[in-house]
Write a protein that binds this ligand. Structure first.
Ligand code: AMP
Ligand code: MG
Length: 414
């Protein structure tokens, strides 16, 4: 029987990062870049104030104290958004707002809190004509509350490199340098097909012996959550013609995912159809839940055939499908974040299979992590998957995991 790691390697070797496309910034959120973007300008672009206060010459304030404020003549009001015509000569200051260009002659900003003015925000353009005075109550040092150009990003700095996943901060940096379009690996299109005469889609009441198609929705939700696009192909009946027809519709997808029809009973039908249309191997993988797994191609489209039991389908997709999707999306890290936690109860694991246990991870009293099972572990019990925040991994060779054992848990994204 094939091990989990070997099966995963075969699946990952069969898929590649998708050819890059140019997308606008907000289309590219969560996607992985396929280019290097260097800053062609400084952020911020000019020297500006980091505070609301007074732009001064630091040397003018060197004797300032609360008892004997230094009095400076106010020669301007400088809101953000305007170039400043003001010159700060010895003995003068200008009221300045956060983000306004530092006027010539000034080398520091004194916050309102360190003046005798309580402060109120100025807006709406340069107002240099009102003469007044301000008392500075604390000495400023050169460059206090001053942001130099390029403080954040300097010309030539790397903003993103190939393989960067675009989160809000990267999107903001690209916007800050006026980059509206970026080359990324596109969202893979994942065709999702359920099989089974008993499986009925949402809508009509169930007849005796029928069950609702939950797998397509679970798998589509997992697909959408990682940023790929699910294509709902519906349900193929347990007949070769129907499966053939549905698979034909799926050929333009980047990956076909089926559920059901790979257990010993149906096995031959799926195998026959897939053999006719491409290549497929059906494996028994040393894992629990989810022993049967099919993998191959329909024409040139890779196909991952999952077991039908709802949790077996979800766990197999988590273990083999999601890493494949992430690879197509250009991610370097294909596996979810994993933590080590102390087991709180005994788990039996006979049969030399890797057991992915639906689990609840919580904080332990000593500040570390502890883990317990999230309820019944039957391959059809989706409600315990809903209560889980991760999959506890009991290794193949561990027949009994005793309380107190430290084990790895693959965490779900929240
Ligand atoms: P199979 O792998 O086709 O033998 O199916 C195994 C079990 O999973 C059976 O109890 C099926 O009824 C159930 N099952 C198969 N497909 C689905 C589906 N799309 N949604 C929910 N349960 C399913
Ligand atoms: Mg079936």
């Amino acid at each position: 029987m094939l091990g989990v790691d070997d099966a995963l390697r075969i699946v990952l070797d069969a898929v590649q990062p998708l050819s890059p496309v140019a997308l606008t910034l907000l289309e590219a959120v969560g996607l992985v870049t396929a280019e290097t973007v260097l800053a062609d300008q400084d952020i911020p672009p000019f020297t500006n104030s980091a505070m609301d206060g007074y732009a001064v010459r630091a040397i003018d304030t060197s004797r300032a104290s609360a008892r004997e404020p230094v009095r400076l003549r106010v020669v301007g009001q400088l809101p953000a958004g305007y170039a400043s015509p003001v010159q700060i000569v010895p003995g003068t200051a200008a009221r300045i707002m956060t983000g306004a260009p530092l006027p010539d002659g000034a080398d520091a900003v004194v916050r309102f809190e360190e003046t005798d003015e309580p402060g109120r925000v100025t807006t709406g353009g340069y107002q240099g004509d009102k003469e007044s005075w301000v008392g500075i109550v604390r000495a400023a040092k050169r460059l206090d509350n001053v942001r130099p150009p390029g403080e954040d990003v300097a010309v030539g700095d790397t903003i993103v490199r190939p393989g960067t996943c675009l989160g809000p901060a990267e999107i903001g940096l690209l916007a800050a340098i006026n980059r509206a379009v970026v080359r990324v690996h596109p969202r893979p299109r994942i065709a999702i097909l359920s099989t089974g005469d008993e499986v009925i889609d949402l809508g009509p009441p169930l007849q005796p012996g029928q069950i609702r198609n939950s797998n397509s929705y679970t798998l589509a939700a997992m697909t959408a959550r990682v940023g790929a696009i699910p294509l709902m192909l519906g349900i193929a009946r347990d007949r070769t013609e129907d499966l053939t027809e549905k698979l034909d519709l799926a050929r333009s997808a980047d990956l076909i995912v089926t559920s059901g029809g790979v257990s010993l009973g149906d096995y031959d039908m799926v195998k026959d159809v897939l053999r006719e249309q491409g290549t497929v191997q059906i494996w028994q993988v040393r894992m629990k839940p989810g022993k049967p797994l099919a993998f191959g191609r329909v024409g040139s489209t890779p196909l991952l055939g999952l077991p039908g039991n709802p949790v077996a389908a979800a766990v197999s997709f988590e273990v083999f499908g999601i890493p494949a999707l992430r690879r197509m999306m250009g991610h370097d890290d294909l596996e979810p974040p994993t933590i080590e936690a102390t087991l709180l109860e005994r788990i039996d694991n006979r049969g030399q299979r890797r057991h992915f246990v639906r689990a609840q991870v919580t904080r332990s009293p000593d500040g570390g992590w502890q883990v317990r099972t999230a309820g019944q572990q039957g391959a059809g019990v989706l409600s315990s998957l809903a209560r889980a925040n991760g999959l506890l991994v009991v290794p193949e060779e561990l027949e009994v995991a005793e309380p107190g054992t430290r084990l790895q848990v693959r965490m779900f994204s929240s």
